[in-house]
Design a protein around this ligand. Structure first.
Ligand code: SF4
Length: 233
C-alpha cells in the first residue's frame, strides 16, 4: 500500500496515509477502508515513522489521513508529526475526523498552534441531504444543518455516484460545501467490499455536467478514483 505522495495541483501538499487503532464508528454503509488499522500502537508507530520520514516540507503543507479520525493515531505519531512540521517548515497540517470527535479539535489546534502550525480538519459529510446521509449512509452526524457542522470543521468530503443522486442534488451539495467550508473534496464511489454499489448513470451525469464546472475551482478537489491523491490501493 502506498502511504506517501505529493499533490502537485490545487493547494499543493504532501499527503500521508498513516495507520491508527481503527475507526471507532465503522458504520458508514459505503466504507471498507476502516479495515486499514491495527490495535497495536507500537506497530502503528513503526509503520507511521517510516512514512513520516519521507516528508520533505517542500510545499509547507501536509495532509494526514488515517482511514478514520486523528484521535485514533498514537501519541508518538502525533509528537513526531509535530516535530517534523517544525523541522521542515510546514505551517499547515490537515487531519480528518468523524463528527463524534469534534470536542477534541480545539485541543488539536492548540497543540500544533503552540508551534505556529495551523490545523485544518476535514469531515466526511458525503451529502447535506440529511435523510439520505443518516438513514442510508449511516454517517452518525444526526440532523444537523451544514452551518452547525462547519463550526468545528474547515473542509468537507462529499461522496457522489450513489443511487438516487442527480445533477441538482450534486450541485446543491457542492454549493453548500463551498458556502460553509473552506474546501470541498469530492470522492466518486468505486466498487468495494460493502453492499453499496457505484451507480454508473449517476457517475456519467457527474462526469458530463458537474466535473467540467468544478475541475478548475481551486477550492474543489475531485477524486474519480479513491487513489487519485496517490495513496491507498
Ligand atoms: S467514519 Fe470514515 S472511516 Fe469510519 S466508517 Fe465512516 S467513512 Fe469509514
Amino acid at each position: 500500500m502506498k502511504r506517501y505522495a505529493e499533490i502537485t495541483e490545487k493547494n499543493p501538499r504532501e499527503i500521508l496515509l498513516l495507520r491508527g487503532t481503527g475507526c471507532a464508528w465503522k458504520r458508514c454503509a459505503f466504507c471498507d477502508y476502516h479495515l486499514d488499522y491495527s490495535p497495536d500502537k507500537e506497530e502503528n508507530f513503526e509503520l507511521n515513522r517510516g512514512e513520516i520520514a519521507k516528508v520533505t516540507g517542500k510545499y509547507g503543507r501536509l495532509e494526514v489521513i488515517n482511514s478514520g479520525s486523528f484521535v485514533e493515531l498514537d501519541q508518538k505519531t502525533m509528537e513526531l508529526l509535530k516535530s517534523v512540521c517544525r523541522e521542515k517548515g510546514i505551517r499547515e497540517i490537515h487531519f480528518e475526523s468523524h463528527w463524534a470527535y469534534r470536542s477534541f479539535i480545539p485541543g488539536l489546534r492548540k497543540e500544533f498552534g503552540a508551534s505556529g502550525i495551523t490545523v485544518k480538519v476535514k469531515i466526511g459529510v458525503e451529502t447535506f441531504d440529511r435523510d439520505y446521509r443518516e438513514r442510508t449512509l449511516r454517517k452518525g452526524i444526526g440532523e444537523r444543518e451544514p452551518e452547525k457542522i462547519a463550526v468545528d470543521f474547515d473542509e468537507v468530503c462529499l461522496l457522489f455516484g450513489l443511487c438516487g443522486q442527480t445533477r441538482e442534488s450534486m450541485e446543491r451539495d457542492i454549493e453548500t460545501g463551498l458556502r460553509c467550508f473552506e474546501r470541498v473534496c469530492i470522492n466518486i464511489m468505486t466498487e468495494n467490499s460493502t453492499a453499496v454499489r457505484p451507480d454508473e448513470d449517476v457517475i456519467a451525469v457527474f462526469q458530463r455536467e458537474i466535473y467540467p464546472r468544478y475541475i478548475g475551482n481551486p477550492r474543489v478537489d475531485i477524486l474519480l478514483e479513491n487513489t487519485d491523491f496517490g495513496v491507498g490501493e
